[in-house]
Design a binder for this molecule. Structure first.
Ligand SMILES: [Zn+2]
Length: 181
């Protein structure tokens, strides 16, 4: 599940463009013209759209996931990657305004999610699920083009975003093993 990032980008950059145009008008002393007012209104509406979209997405997905966990009688592992994702967002050169919104919404998601899990009594815990260490042999993974992670030691290969789920499966298997043994 991921939000439509392209749509968000589109709204965000459109608002940035209009903001630049508004700055130009301001420097020309045309601050209170109908044109400037229209720009301000449009910028505000676009920014509100980004927030509203992400809020709605966060809320719906958190609830969906909780319901899924109940249905599957699952224990939930949460890989809260705030620090790592912040660094990744910087690496990917996402503008700071957008980065702030993404991180705030990620935090909000975790808060909503854990509160609801508690409410329904679904067991959960936070677990670091690495995306740069091989889940098969523990070797360091090398990133190839297109965010594909490869292990030179055992040949494991997976998209970067899918590596953590291999770790989750591995943890789950070892938990089952413990409960059986
Ligand atoms: Zn390996």
């Amino acid at each position: 599940m991921r939000p439509n990032l392209r749509l968000i980008d589109m709204w965000y950059y459109r608002a940035e463009d209009l903001h630049k145009r508004l700055g130009k008008l301001r420097r020309l002393g045309l601050d209170s013209t109908p044109e400037a007012k229209r720009l301000r209104r449009e910028i505000k509406a676009l920014r509100r759209k980004v927030y509203a979209y992400l809020r709605d997405f966060t809320q719906k997905r958190a609830h969906e996931l909780v319901m899924k966990a109940i249905r599957l009688r699952a224990e939930v592992l949460i890989d809260d990657i705030i620090e790592e994702s912040r660094r990744e967002l910087i690496e990917e050169k996402i503008p700071s305004g957008l980065r702030k919104i993404y991180l705030a919404e990620t935090r909000r998601f975790i808060k909503l999610f854990t509160t609801q899990l508690q409410w329904y009594g679904v067991p959960y815990r936070f677990e670091r699920l690495p995306s740069t260490v091989c889940p098969i042999c523990g070797h360091k993974l090398i990133q190839e083009r297109g965010r594909v992670m490869v292990c030179e030691n055992c040949g494991f290969k997976a998209p970067r975003d899918k590596v953590p789920i291999h770790w989750a499966v591995k943890y789950n298997l070892s938990l089952r093993h413990i409960s059986v043994g």
